[in-house]
Design a protein around this ligand. Structure first.
Ligand code: S3P
Length: 433
């Protein structure tokens, strides 16, 4: 296991091209595999999570060629997947397990899904219960991995109200709905990322979206096409915060996805006083992109509006670093979901903030953070094997007068393998040992 030593850095400058969006990269492989033609993916994220999805579809008989971030998928059609010869290991990737389960529930072969120790602790009943309502036969270990999915079931469409605002659950059920008899309608309590819906439309599938309800009929076909993956706003967020809290920063992030179901981090940082402007807005393949220019700013603490929580979800670790550098208190409530991500992100962040001398109060469903000066670290910060915790604390180094040591950072490869390289190219000082 490797660690980061992140040394103080006060000046950040330059332009960064942000690597491809993780959520869209997963979906491009899954849906491309289910078309009956050749799908070209441009800008595929070459990270462990996205590769877990790619390997799973290869194991199910799909021919997929990859040349860097260009991927060619020889789709096998909705009914062309083959039984994998072993369990599908999805590593650290919750998105892979939850979305692929929707597809596997409808195949005529049995399958088993496994993952690493973090993924094996994450809740799966949120997909198992509605999939069972659709007619799927799934065995789990107390709602956790491994999942054993029995083939040969005929699924039927359901109308389902998501108990938690989750794009993974919504997408899982929409994918199962492609195979179901009749109509599948998913009602979400508030908007969540809608990449599955956009991609389905892009591949010629009829899907009806009204208010917060998404419906489709089973039995259609997906048409192969070109898929362009924009830069991941979840990766861009680390640099938005780094440049905002740095003493002297002027950076631009190029080609970032600004899909309105993902831009909570921009709204929150602007509410806190960030100096962040969007330009060169454009659309590629049904997704919106922009370049984002960020300069240093003095931040103030805020109460984070609840409606922004699902639109920010993965960015909270680094938003907490912004809060730690803001004047006054930042309060987040209603965000219990953060406790069941790759780590318990409320506790993991609170532990790291304590090491940096930042006062905070852990709540059952959130956190209160009192901004202040980052102190000499009272020990090593534990990443809890969570990529976003590791990167968030690396970002804190631009405001700390002392080096920050972060342990067990290997998992950064799950979402952003070249994070340190890009960070150092704009002036951060991260060394990996
Ligand atoms: C994702 C949805 C979110 C997010 C995850 C990726 C997706 O999870 O946290 O990293 O690609 O659909 P939830 O749907 O569980 O909130």
């Amino acid at each position: 296991m490797t660690k980061f030593i992140a040394k103080p850095a006060t000046v950040l400058s330059g332009d960064l091209k942000i690597p491809g969006d993780k959520s869209i990269s997963h979906r491009a492989i899954m849906l491309g595999s289910l078309t009956s033609g050749v799908t070209q993916v441009h800008g595929f994220l070459q990270s462990e999570d996205a590769l877990s999805t790619l390997r799973a579809f290869t194991a199910m008989g799909v021919k997929i060629e990859r040349n860097g971030d260009k991927v060619t998928i020889h789709g096998v059609g909705l009914d062309g997947l083959k039984q994998p010869s072993t369990s599908l290991n999805l590593g650290n990737s919750g998105t892979s397990v939850r979305l692929i389960s929707g597809i596997l529930a409808a195949q005529d072969f049995d399958s088993e899904l496994i993952g690493d120790s973090s993924l094996s602790k994450r809740p799966m009943n949120r997909i198992i219960n509605p999939l069972r309502q659709m007619g799927a036969v799934i065995e789990a270990n107390n709602g956790k991995l491994p999942l054993k999915i029995k083939g040969g079931q005929k699924l039927r469409g359901i109308h389902y109200h998501l108990p938690v605002a989750s794009a993974q659950v919504k997408s899982c059920l929409l994918l199962a709905g492609l195979y179901a008899q009749g109509e599948t309608c998913i009602h979400q309590p508030t908007p969540t990322r809608d990449h599955t819906e956009r991609l389905l439309k892009g591949l010629g599938y009829t899907i009806n979206i009204r208010n917060n309800q998404i419906c489709l009929m089973g039995g259609g076909k997906l048409k192969a096409t070109q898929i362009h993956v924009p830069g991941d706003i979840s990766s861009a967020a680390f640099f938005m915060v780094a440049a905002t809290i740095a003493v002297n920063a002027d950076i631009s992030l190029i080609g970032v996805n600004i899909n309105p179901t993902r831009t909570g981090v921009i709204d929150i940082l602007k509410m806190m006083g960030a100096n962040l402007t969007l330009s060169n807005r454009r659309e590629i393949g049904g997704e919106l992109l922009a370049d984002i220019h960020i300069q240093s700013a003095l931040l103030k603490g805020i109460h984070i509006p609840k409606k922004l929580i699902p639109l920010t979800i993965d960015e909270f670790p680094v938003v907490f670093i912004a809060a730690a550098c803001a004047q006054g208190e930042t309060v987040l409530t209603g965000a219990k979901e953060l406790r069941v991500k790759e780590s318990d992100r409320i506790q993991a962040m609170a532990d790291g903030l304590n090491i940096l001398g930042i006062k905070n109060e852990v709540l059952e469903d959130g956190i209160k953070i009192r901004g202040g000066e980052l102190q000499k670290p009272r020990g090593v910060i534990h990443s809890h094997y969570d990529h976003r915790i590791a990167m968030a604390f690396a970002v804190a180094s631009v405001r700390c007068k002392h080096a920050i040591e972060i342990s067990k950072v290997d998992n950064i490869a799950t979402s952003f393998p070249n994070f340190a390289l890009l960070a150092n190219s704009i002036g951060m000082k991260i060394t990996q040992f």
